[in-house]
Ligand binder design. Structure first.
Ligand SMILES: Nc1ncnc2c1ncn2[C@@H]1O[C@H](COP(=O)(O)OP(=O)(O)OP(=O)(O)O)[C@@H](O)[C@H]1O
Ligand SMILES: Nc1nc2c(ncn2[C@@H]2O[C@H](COP(=O)(O)O)[C@@H](O)[C@H]2O)c(=O)[nH]1
Length: 193
């Protein structure tokens, strides 16, 4: 069976990690664990949520792509993808939009992409901030992230992903789950054909 990767991308707090966990649990997909130099959040575990790295250990990895995001480094390796593919032909990964573009360019027809949005009118930014607060993020870090060039960029789907990515609204989880399930039904049908 062809090996594929499902990339989940979108703005900070849009629910990428939440939706990835939902998909991996429901559809038994392996998650590609990426690397970061940021500190773990409460409840995050090394090797499960991320490989937490120092600047020195990060520099020694062989990345398919890597980015700076709001003051920390993040990167995903071919080895990580291959490890996920050892367990199933479809793996899932959470990336910023720069990483999603890199995957699209490097792996083209092996990539499926979901771009998540949160659209609750003019208060969408406040809703995203509240979600990050609910996650337990430090208020200063939230402010820095909200103001970062990376997060401003990720508020919109990159032009190059238009036509490749499926846009799913995550205003509320039950509706997002329903839309993700409809998307996954088409993916599973395609993989079987
Ligand atoms: N539809 C939703 N309604 C309310 N809260 C949500 C919803 N989806 C996710 N959340 C919550 O919002 C917070 C941010 O979600 P999550 O960590 O999945 O976002 P993310 O896109 O991965 O963020 P980041 O890019 O900052 O890592 C979490 O506390 C999560 O439980
Ligand atoms: N391009 C990449 N982006 C990544 C990678 N791992 C995570 N991410 C994205 O970084 C931001 C910040 O993540 P957070 O866990 O600190 O909130 C978010 O958009 C992630 O999707 C990666 O390996 N490459």
């Amino acid at each position: 069976m062809k090996k594929m990767v499902l990339v989940i991308t979108g703005a900070a707090g849009s629910g990428k990690t939440t939706i990835c966990k939902y998909i991996c649990a429901k559809y038994h997909l392996p998650k590609v664990v990426t690397h970061t130099t940021r500190a773990p959040r409460q409840g995050e575990h090394d090797g499960i949520d991320y490989y937490f790295e120092s600047d020195a250990s990060f520099a020694q990895k062989h990345f398919l792509e890597s980015v700076h995001y709001s003051g920390a480094q993040y990167g995903s390796s071919i080895e990580g993808l291959e490890a996920a593919w050892q367990t199933a032909p479809l793996a899932c990964i959470v990336l910023d939009t720069k990483g999603a573009l890199a995957y699209q360019r490097a792996l083209s027809d092996q990539v499926l992409t979901i771009y998540l949005t949160v659209d609750v009118g003019k208060d969408s930014a406040a809703a995203l901030r509240k979600r990050m607060e609910a996650r337990g993020d430090d208020p200063e870090k939230i402010a820095k992230r909200m103001q970062s060039a990376e997060n401003k960029r990720d508020q919109q789907i990159p032009q190059e992903l238009m036509g490749h990515a499926t846009i799913i609204k995550n205003n509320d989880l039950p509706t997002a789950h329903r839309d993700v399930d409809a998307f996954m039904a088409t993916v599973i049908a395609k993989l079987k054909s």
